[in-house]
Design a protein around this ligand. Sequence first.
Ligand SMILES: [Zn+2]
Length: 383
Amino acid sequence: MAAQVQLGYCDPGQEMAWAKAKTNAERDQRKGNAMRIAAGLIFASAVSLCASGAAWSQAAAPKGAAAPQPVPAPAPAAAPKSAAAPQAAPAPAPAAAPKSTAAPQAAPAPAPAAAAAPAKAPCANPNALGIARIVEIDTTGGPGFGFEHFKQLDFLREHEVVLTFDDGPWPVNTPSVLKTLAEECTTGVFFPIGKHATYYPEILKQVAAAGHTIGSHTWSHANLNNKKLTEDQRKEEIEKGISAVKWALGGAPFAPFFRFPALQHPPEMVTYLGTRNVAIFSCDLDSFDFKASKPQTVIDSVMKKVDKLGKGIILMHDFQKHTAEALPELMHRLKAGGYKVVQMRAKTPVQSLAQYDEEILKDAKLPTVSSRPVSSVVQTISE
Ligand SMILES: [Zn+2]
């Protein structure tokens, strides 16, 4: 990490969250990322670096492409569903096909009905936190949200909060967060790491199926203020993160919402995202959930800060075990405190760049000709 970076209010959290990642997979990956980026070998060694944590669902094999990273998987929650196989090929159905150039596309023609959430069942919990308001974000020009860094757009009313979750998808913890949000009939914005999305595409699909908003959070969680990174590498981190989420979601549309790792905002990348019409999310208050030794600490931290501010975009990590464990009680506390959840949706979906979509496919190690869903390939005939 560059020594000269300045950490904002929320920044140490993100930085430390990564440093304190509990699993060997995360540590290995983090080391691997740093080495790889430093060596400029971003695409070369995903499997060896991520072997301990990676899972690649056969069901998630992209259409006409290889099944990437067939590595061992301790992923109980990553079991593939029998849903249709995702189509990683060129473009999501409603979206304009990305051009085969890396150049930013200023204001591409927006696709209709961008991030429309799936229809949801009526809420069965009369005491649920619920969703008080849904706002649609026009991301043209890359607006910034979260007063820690961006103070132009003060759209939340008193006692309104936005729940945001970073660094997933991850087994156990992300599904636990989804369960709690479902029980509370409420919603959040998820910022998955591209690599994690490729390890656990089925979990990310669950996030989408539940109607939550999904953005992106780079390919490998690199600190984009790291001076060792070239501009092309910074763009690659952003773009490949978007392409990975697209791949994991099977081409389904998702939001042009982006959060910088460790909330490190290189000005030129902020400008770049503006040309890509991607909104930037900082936060208003950080849960510091990565530091928590127990769930209660997460609850106390969030409530203390939100009570002080009166509203805000809350940064949490669905990647973190304590956060997942804290969430039911935290939802109750927010409800009791009179807080209301606002859902942020995008007016139009993000447009990935074809060059980086192809890079995701290149990571495939064992090519296969089949793109059929697992339910089509494997049938239980006796049990
Ligand atoms: Zn993060």
